[in-house]
Design a protein around this ligand. Sequence first.
Ligand code: SF4
Length: 344
Amino acid sequence: MASMQYPEWPPSENQPALSYSNIQVYDRCRRKWFLQYLRNYVPRDIMFDIAIQRQLMPVTMLAGAIVDAVVKMAMRRYMRQREWRPDLHSDARLALDHFVQHSKLFTMAIDNRERWPEKKHTFLRPIDMVYYEGEFSETQRASTMGVVDTCLTNFIDFMKSEDLHDCDPEGWRIPESGDKPNPWFWSGEIPVYAGYDFAVVDGRQLRIIDWKAGRSERSEYGARDQLVWYSTFAHKEWQFEFEEMTLQAVWLQEGNKITRATAAAELSEDMHRRWSSLYAEQGAAIGTISRNPLDYEDLFPLTEDVMACYSCQFKSCVGRKRLQSMYPEVIRAEQMKLGDDDIP
Ligand code: SF4
């Protein structure tokens, strides 16, 4: 199998590497970006709560995290043993139970004022719902597993329909597990994560496939961008020419609808320009906050999209209080939903 190595991570980082989620968070809410990525500048009075909340995963991301973990483990096994896991759906139930147990242990450790290991687990993160509400509701379990089951069924159907299910996996590439799960590369002076899902090498042809567990309606444009991003990584790190690549996002919840993107040097250069100006903007903001840490509220304002605060894991942020004062019925409905779920 060809090498899947990427460079050693630079030992000291003053600025977070660019990643798809870094940019998404930055675009959506500057305050969230500050709380998530700039741990050294968070004021002392909220530092403790924010350090905890930063580790949480919004429950809305859980189905995608389970699908990703189960699919990647199944594919790695097939690459090693040429044999699929017998039942991905029961693997997914096991993964969900692990997420819930992990979240309860995290909550218990925080409650007991115990130190939680700094090192992140490869894919498990504590779910915000369990931390804030003490339980993972049955309603949430049913809706999460509904999405996961659909995605896994469609994943297998896709692999079969593309003749990838029983083929020789010699040319397959998926990110490594363990300590180095995140592929990355230098785009000029900028470190960029490129967490692709699946690539297939066939001679000088490279096919990059990105699994999507969400819905395409609001994220199809972003999915195209992400594929161009991965093609830049493949060009730099694996030395494929752009015209040798096929890029596809496969929407597993939507009957394997495929979004295609074009790999081209111009698109990649355009993306590099966007990365450069964004990275410079983030770097300038970090420079300013390091000189004036008390100005964080002005430098990193709350999002204007008030409803974004509903699914945000930073519930001690004042954005949550703003949501509560503007839309008290939203918070009341959430509390009533919790009450209903408590009834056996
Ligand atoms: S609660 Fe709202 S304003 Fe605060 S970080 Fe989250 S999304 Fe941003």
